[in-house]
Design a protein around this ligand. Structure first.
Ligand SMILES: Nc1ncnc2c1ncn2[C@@H]1O[C@H](COP(=O)(O)OP(=O)(O)OP(=O)(O)O)[C@@H](O)[C@H]1O
Length: 231
């Protein structure tokens, strides 16, 4: 469970959140939507402890996040600006992340195979990240987060740059992995259809507040209308 209490965040004079409260429950896939500049990346950076410059309290399983040692943070984060070890192969990048998360060797090998197969990355396993196309880099970025088997996995626009076939593969892998791990997945995206295919709940970030909508009740036109308010 992730509990956000009275979160406020500003960049200079720009207020992104003011007294935001929300609780993410376990075993749930959340889709996060909002118009450009609504604060999705800012929120994800805070939830992953990447951005500590805020007021309020974020707790994970009732433990204050700022009291958790960095290496013990149970969060995997596929950021919107991925970075890899370019001197290592794709396979080695995944193996290194798995070993940093203390996943046993054989388990890591098995899981890497499943991820590479699931995301259609197998043929790139011996490539350097520098040799990948933008969309394939995005797929590797998603793979790097999924290999970590953390309680919380956060994806910032994981479908961006993917062709329809790759989008479907990613949807399938997200559902398959989540079924096994039952953690919290938070996926920010502008693609409501992809979110509807994988998420249990849709969170609409608007005017610094979160509004929760059941995924089956998501009305795309209604969301578009809310998002265009104040434009
Ligand atoms: N490093 C920064 N310095 C100053 N302002 C920032 C910074 N990062 C984000 N902002 C501002 O904070 C607000 C929220 O930005 P954020 O990137 O979180 O939005 P977003 O919902 O992820 O947008 P998008 O859909 O375009 O990716 C915007 O007004 C943005 O201009």
């Amino acid at each position: 469970m992730i509990q956000i209490s009275n979160l406020s965040k500003k960049y200079g004079e720009t207020v992104v959140f003011s007294d935001l409260n929300y609780t993410f429950e376990n075993a749930c896939i959340y889709g996060l939507v909002g118009r450009n500049g609504a604060g999705k990346t800012t929120l994800l950076n805070i939830l992953s402890n990447y951005d500590k410059n805020y007021t309020g309290v974020i707790s994970i399983d009732r433990k204050k996040m700022n009291k958790v040692d960095y290496l013990d943070m149970p969060v995997a984060y596929a950021m919107d600006q991925p970075s890899f070890f370019n001197e290592l192969t794709i396979y080695e990048n995944l193996l290194l992340i798995a070993s940093s998360r203390k996943i046993k060797k054989q388990e890591a090998f098995d899981k890497i195979e499943r991820i590479l197969d699931g995301l259609g990355l197998k043929k790139y396993e011996n490539y350097s990240p520098l040799e990948l196309s933008k969309g394939t880099m995005q797929r590797l970025n998603n793979a790097c987060a999924m290999i970590q088997e953390e309680k919380i996995t956060i994806f910032d626009e994981p479908f961006s740059g993917l062709d329809p076939v790759q989008m479907k593969l990613l949807e399938n892998v997200i559902v398959e992995f989540h079924k096994k791990e039952k953690g919290i997945y938070i996926i920010s995206s502008h693609d409501i259809e992809c979110l509807q295919n994988v998420c249990d709940k849709c969170l609409l970030l608007h005017n610094g507040q979160i509004r929760e909508i059941n995924m089956e009740e998501v009305d795309r036109e209604e969301i578009a209308k809310i998002l265009s308010e104040g434009e």
